[in-house]
Design a protein around this ligand. Structure first.
Ligand SMILES: C[S@@+](CC[C@H](N)C(=O)[O-])C[C@H]1O[C@@H](n2cnc3c(N)ncnc32)[C@H](O)[C@@H]1O
Length: 134
């Protein structure tokens, strides 16, 4: 696991290609969500899920479609705008995995779909533990 923080400019680089990302990036297969349910031992239906680094909402969408009560957390305003465009029924919050804009012990499952490596794990690990367990 990398603990090297990326620069803010690298982390924000997705914002400049948000529309292209939304148009071209493939989504996730159902087997991935099956694996999440196997690992957590609980169905996603009804679970409070925060999809961190949600981008344009690809993983957010499949989580929502499984019946999760999902909130998208995304630092890039343009990526967040694409997420809102495609998922108008899902709350999208501007925020960062290193300092989550979520209350302590408010979330059952955290996902970081191809986004975990963009966080600084010295900060994102304690943040994850805080929002999951308080
Ligand atoms: C490869 S994209 C993945 C987007 C989406 N989860 C998906 O599966 O398509 C990586 C995302 O991580 C976001 N990101 C960058 N730094 C972040 C950080 N420190 N915390 C949370 N997300 C971050 C980027 O803005 C970008 O939307």
């Amino acid at each position: 696991m990398s603990v090297t923080p990326t620069s803010a400019s690298q982390a924000r680089s997705f914002d400049g290609i948000a529309a292209s990302y939304a148009a071209n990036r493939p989504s996730y297969p159902p087997e991935l969500l099956d694996a999440v349910e196997d690992i957590t031992g609980s169905p996603l239906k009804g679970a409070r899920v925060a999809d961190v680094g949600a981008g344009t909402g690809l993983a957010t969408m499949v989580l929502r479609d499984r019946g999760a009560k999902v909130v998208a957390v995304e630092p890039g305003p343009e990526m967040a705008a694409q997420c809102r465009l495609h998922l108008p029924d899902v709350p999208v919050v501007i925020g960062d995995g290193n300092s989550l804009p979520l209350a302590s012990a408010s979330i059952d499952v955290l996902t970081y779909a191809q986004a975990w490596h963009w966080t600084d794990q010295r900060k994102s690990v304690p943040e994850a533990l805080r929002v999951l367990f308080g």
